[in-house]
Design a protein around this ligand. Sequence first.
Ligand code: G3P
Length: 217
Amino acid sequence: MQLFLDGSDINKIRKYCELGLIDGVTTNPSIILKSGKNMIEVISELAGIVSGSVSAEVSALDSDTMVQEGIKLAEIAENVTVKLPITWDGLKACKTLSNKGISVNMTLCFSSSQALLAAKAGAEYVSPFIGRLDDLNLEGIDLISDIKLIYSNYKFSTKILAASIRTVNHVKQCACFGADVATIPLDIFEKLVKHPLTDSGLSQFTADWEKTGQSII
Ligand code: G3P
């Protein structure tokens, strides 16, 4: 499973990219607002840090303007992926941009039927928002499972990019159910490595090693 970061914190994203653990980044208008920066500047900076896909979302609601915005966003860098909402206009724009060779991420996906249409429209990625479904006491992970089955039945190449991830357990579930990508907020990503038994076990090993009086180098 590829791991993307969902956010725009340049320094933290650079840190984890340098570890070789990050395959891409996703943004959306709310993330851009939170950054307090110009969108084009943020996307340009992120595209220079991350070797993989960087998702940048259009603001338009009509397909013609979505296409214009998508072309401009794609011109920022070759690894920019254009994010489009799953609406009829978004699907039409997806067809046009995909046919131009531009990578598209169909976002705000909450149903299997939407994911089916995204694949038919030629999207490189579809973003099911599992956290927001959980917020409604629906099982967001079931959507990942259903899309995985549909895509494998018909050998669609569209990649499932699990989004709206709220917990470490969401990441585990996405991996278990075969999502191609999980886009993870930084605070959740930083929890992935933590376990109290690892901490306590390492403390004990360190203490016992010191008692040996030995050194390796
Ligand atoms: O990439 C989509 C993600 O940022 C949405 O997350 O927590 O606002 O549902 P959330």
